[in-house]
Design a protein around this ligand. Structure first.
Ligand SMILES: C[S@@+](CC[C@H](N)C(=O)[O-])C[C@H]1O[C@@H](n2cnc3c(N)ncnc32)[C@H](O)[C@@H]1O
Length: 220
């Protein structure tokens, strides 16, 4: 039993993805684990998405909407942010959060990354943070193909994942606290998976303390 298990939802029929059912605990541990840098890190991710004012943004596996709200600040009142997640409790939590004045409206809906109930080419920017490791490895390509389908040609993708520590002891600690998927997250495979889904990878890097990201665009 680890922290991840304590927050997990019941298995769903439509996805083997591991859902989060305890939004308050997730937020509490999220703040603690980011060592006071969570807001700074996610504001930086919103910048790295390259989303522009007025963009239609999709946040896949949005959870409590932490990144969705920062994307809403970035794209401003003429933009629109849609968050999708299979977990009803995290979506309820996200909906209760008031948008900041001057930010885009956020709407949240139930859905799964590997089969998005959204129209082709209906977003300018797609972001996903800390979601892919919740899917079994064999479903990650399908999820990225769906992100490719729903972003317009020339549109942007930002994939953010947990970067496991390089040291064995560090990975051991993450394994004990959060489980195998985080401790052994194959972030080295991300750029290849994203390119295979049809995107052109334009950059990658790290955001402290724990995140790695890949940026890409859908070819025109
Ligand atoms: C670690 S949380 C990340 C939440 C949020 N993106 C963030 O950065 O705080 C992973 C999220 O992925 C969601 N998830 C699990 N399976 C999924 C699936 N098949 N499709 C989309 N999201 C999924 C979980 O419910 C959970 O909210």
């Amino acid at each position: 039993m680890n922290l991840g298990h304590l927050m997990q939802g019941k298995p769903r029929a439509d996805t083997p993805g591991v859902t989060i059912a305890a939004p308050r605990s997730y937020e509490f541990f999220g703040d603690v684990c980011f060592l006071g840098r969570r807001n700074r890190a996610f504001v930086r991710l919103a910048e790295l998405s390259d989303a522009e004012a007025g963009d239609r943004v999709l946040d896949v596996g949005c959870g409590t909407g932490y990144l969705s709200r920062r994307m809403a600040d970035r794209v401003g009142p003429d933009g629109k942010v849609t968050g999708v997640d299979p977990s009803a409790p995290v979506l309820e939590y996200a909906r209760r959060k008031k948008p900041r004045p001057g930010s885009a409206p956020c709407t949240y809906r139930e859905g799964i990354a590997e089969s998005l109930d959204l129209a082709d080419a209906s977003f300018d920017t797609v972001v996903t943070s800390l979601m892919l490791h919740h899917l079994p490895e064999d479903l990650r390509p399908a999820a990225l193909r769906e992100m490719h389908r729903v972003v317009r040609p020339g549109g942007r993708l930002l994939v953010v994942e947990f970067r496991p520590p390089k040291s064995r002891i560090g990975r051991h600690l993450v394994h004990g606290g959060a489980g195998h998927a985080m401790a052994h997250n194959r972030v080295d495979l991300l750029d290849g998976l994203i390119a295979d889904a049809g995107f052109e990878v334009s950059g990658q890097g790290e955001v402290r303390p724990w995140l790695t990201y890949v940026r890409a665009t859908r070819r025109r």
